[in-house]
Design a protein around this ligand. Structure first.
Ligand SMILES: [Zn+2]
Ligand SMILES: [Zn+2]
Length: 419
């Protein structure tokens, strides 16, 4: 028995109904905001992520699926979408072609994380990216869109929008030095990972999940107090736009995001309902990413929503079921199949969902199947019906049985009445 790779999971039909609902709601909403769909490869050159996400981040250092292909080229399965979308943007000169550079994107991401902690190695995201403008009103609009999606999915009661500002190339280095200084005095109390992060990526210490580090982080100097005038003004305006848009939020100075490309406003959508995995969506500004990747100096903002976590919240709140077929054709014998098959095909052509039995089981067993399928009408076709040119229809809801002519128009009348 060959099993799936550890951390990789099948999504079965009883779950895909939630996935599809989420995707359809997201698609409709994002497009109403002017976002357009982009699709990018799952595989990129390793260098893209090293330069885009940062070679000292946990993702790039420890979690990527990296391998050499048959030509000796170093490749990686994408661990997130933003670097790839930025690459596509530069490569296709989208800033020259499109008047509005707003894209959304659905797809799987890959990280070699610990499955024992309930983490998946292939997980899925909905991504949104807007390039070309740096403006507090755009940032607020994007967060409002995220909030609106959670309202449409009826999970907004489970979520908090937490927001922070992590400075710019002028003010962040000053804060960074102050933070390193503070953390150095507490170094012995930090966990192993944070000791390592201290020099390379000290902001990461602030969102370490270990108790000891959390304690230290809670007393650490906060970036908000060290923002330059420009950053402070930008942050204030963003918060004001959120307030007038009636998007609820809290400021959390501990939100720093783990990727190097973030600058300025960052945010997370968190929940208390999923244990340690509390971030359902996350995003922020990445104004230097394009330039880092050798492209034009174009700012960007966006977010990613975790599909598995969002679906978990949806399932806690409501049940979605697949559409049941309207008709089930119970057929006895080959002549009956010759009558039923073209009728079933025509129904589907008209968009009516139906199911036809192909095994040669007894009528009793076919009726059991019709019950299990929860169809409205079972259409029985046996020798008698074939001879008389009729169909016996059992209305499973009204619990009555009648005959109709074996014609598609008769079946469509029933379908119409059942709508
Ligand atoms: Zn600044
Ligand atoms: Zn730590």
């Amino acid at each position: 028995m060959i099993k799936a790779v550890r951390g990789f999971k099948d999504v079965l039909p009883e779950d895909t109904v939630y996935w599809r609902y989420l995707e359809e709601e997201a698609r409709t909403l994002f497009e109403s905001f002017g976002f357009r769909e982009i699709r990018i490869p799952v595989l990129e050159k390793l260098e893209l992520f090293q330069r885009g996400i940062g070679s000292t981040t946990d993702i790039v250092e420890k979690e990527m699926y990296v391998f050499e292909d048959r030509n000796g080229e170093l490749l990686a399965l994408r661990p997130e979408a933003t670097a790839g979308v930025a690459r596509a943007f530069i490569e296709n000169s989208l800033h020259m072609k499109d008047p509005v550079n707003k894209y959304y994107f659905f797809g799987p991401m890959f990280r070699h994380e610990r499955p024992q902690a309930g983490r998946l190695r292939q997980f899925h995201q909905l991504n949104v990216e807007a390039y070309g403008v740096k403006s507090p009103s755009l940032d607020a609009e994007i967060m409002a869109m995220l909030h609106m999606l959670t309202q449409k999915l009826k999970i907004d009661d489970a979520l908090h929008l937490e927001i922070n500002h992590i400075g710019c190339p002028q003010c962040r280095p000053i804060y960074r030095d102050i933070l390193i200084n503070f953390l150095n005095n507490q170094k012995e109390k930090l966990c192993k990972d944070c000791k390592r992060r201290l020099e390379k990526n000290p902001l990461r210490v602030l969102d370490c999940k270990k108790e000891g580090c959390k304690n230290i982080a809670s007393q650490a100097p906060q970036i908000i107090d060290y923002l330059c005038d420009q950053c402070k003004d930008y942050f204030d305006k963003t918060l004001d736009y959120l307030a007038v848009s009636e998007v609820p939020f809290v400021i959390n100075p501990m939100i720093v995001r783990g990727l190097d490309y973030y600058t300025g406003v960052v945010f997370e959508l968190t929940t208390d309902e999923l244990g340690a995995q509390n971030a359902v969506a996350a995003g922020g500004r990445y104004d230097n990413l394009m330039k880092e990747l050798g492209g034009p100096d174009i700012p960007g903002v966006g977010f990613a929503i975790g599909v598995e976590r969002t679906v978990a919240l949806m399932k806690k709140r409501y049940t979605l079921e697949e559409e049941t077929p309207l008709f089930f054709f119970a057929v006895m014998g080959e002549e009956a199949k010759r009558v039923a098959l073209p009728l079933a095909l025509k129904l589907r052509q008209e968009g009516v969902k139906c199911e036809m039995e192909h095994s040669d089981k007894s009528l009793k067993s076919q009726m059991r199947k019709a019950n299990k399928l929860k169809v409205r009408f079972t259409v029985i076709v046996g020798e008698d019906e074939v001879r008389k040119g009729v169909l016996t229809v059992r209305d499973m809801e009204e619990k009555k049985q009648f005959e109709i002519q074996a014609q598609i128009s008769e079946l469509l009348k029933l379908a119409e009445a059942a709508r």
